[in-house]
Design a binder for this molecule. Structure first.
Ligand SMILES: Nc1ncnc2c1ncn2[C@@H]1O[C@H](COP(=O)(O)OP(=O)(O)OP(=O)(O)O)[C@@H](O)[C@H]1O
Length: 236
C-alpha cells in the first residue's frame, strides 16, 4: 500500500471488557452466548479473538460497539480528553462481507452516508477524503466510480474507508480477509498494519495466516462463549 499514516486524529484508546456475559431473551438459561468474558487491548495494538464458527465472536464485537447491551459486565473504551458521547462516535465497526451492505452506488455517495455533508464544510470533507483514501490506497480511484465495478479487495478497502471516516480511536473488524483472493488478503493485511499505527484494533477471525504478524494479544473463544487468553505468537 502506498499512502501515509491515516490521520492525526484523537488519541487511540484501550479496549477493556470485564466479566461480560450475554444471555439474550429466549435462549435457554443454561446456555449463555457469552460467559464471563474479559479482555484488554492496549492502545494502538491489535487484538485477535479466534474460535470456531458460532462461538460468539461477532456477538462480542456487537456488544463492544454498543449495538447490543450485555446482560452483565463492563465495557470501556478508554481515551483522554473526549466525552462519553464523543467516545461512542469513535468506534468503527466493519462487519463480515461489508461490501454486501453498501447502500450507495458510488464511493463518494457511500462516504456521504458515513459523514453526512451537512455536518461538515465541503473543505473539511475533501481534505478528510484525501487523507483516508490515500491511507487505504484508494486515492487513484475516481470518487464517482460505481462500487460494483471495483474488485472485491477494493470494495473491502471502501468499507474500511467508511469506518475510518469519523476518525475512530477503535476499529472492530469481523473476518476482515474473508472471501478475498491471496493478493487482496495480503493488501488488506498491509492496510491493517498501517491502521494499527493510528487506532486500537480488535479482529475476530478464524482465518489467521496473514494477520498473524500483526497481532499483539490473542484469545480463543471456546464453546459457551468463554474466552481463553493464549500465548502470542503461538509456539511453533
Ligand atoms: N440476540 C441473539 N439471540 C439469540 N441468539 C443469538 C443472538 N445473537 C447471536 N445469536 C446466536 O449466537 C451464536 C453465536 O453467533 P456469532 O455470530 O456471534 O458467532 P461467531 O463466532 O461470530 O460465528 P461465525 O464465525 O460463524 O461468524 C449463533 O448461533 C447466533 O445465531
Amino acid at each position: 500500500m502506498q499512502g501515509q499514516a491515516v490521520d492525526r486524529g484523537p488519541p487511540s484508546a484501550d479496549i477493556e471488557v470485564q466479566n461480560l456475559s450475554f444471555h439474550p431473551a429466549g435462549t435457554p438459561p443454561e446456555a449463555p452466548l457469552l460467559t464471563d468474558v474479559s479482555l484488554k487491548v492496549p492502545a494502538k495494538q491489535m487484538g485477535l479473538v479466534y474460535g470456531r464458527s458460532g462461538a460468539g465472536k461477532t456477538t462480542l464485537l456487537q456488544l463492544i460497539a454498543g449495538l447490543t447491551q450485555p446482560t452483565t459486565g463492563r465495557i470501556a473504551v478508554i481515551e483522554h480528553a473526549v466525552t462519553s458521547s464523543e467516545r461512542l462516535a469513535r468506534i468503527g465497526l466493519v462487519f463480515q462481507f461489508p461490501e454486501r451492505h453498501f447502500l450507495a452506488a458510488t464511493l463518494q455517495q457511500e462516504l456521504a452516508f458515513a459523514w453526512p455533508q451537512d455536518m461538515v464544510s465541503l473543505q473539511q470533507l475533501s481534505s478528510r477524503a484525501g487523507v483516508v483514501l490515500d491511507a487505504l490506497g484508494l486515492d487513484h480511484i475516481p470518487l464517482d466510480t460505481p462500487l460494483r465495478q471495483l474488485s472485491d479487495g477494493y470494495k473491502r478497502r471502501c468499507a474500511l474507508a467508511c469506518a475510518l471516516w469519523c476518525r475512530p480511536s477503535v476499529l472492530l473488524l469481523d473476518e476482515p480477509l474473508a472471501g478475498l483472493d491471496w493478493q487482496s488478503r495480503a493488501d488488506i493485511a498491509s492496510v491493517l498494519g498501517k491502521l494499527k499505527q493510528e487506532c486500537t484494533v480488535l479482529v475476530v477471525s478464524h482465518d489467521l495466516r496473514e494477520l498473524e504478524p500483526l497481532i499483539d494479544v490473542a484469545w480463543e473463544m471456546e464453546a459457551g462463549g468463554k474466552l481463553k487468553s493464549v500465548q502470542w505468537p503461538p509456539a511453533q
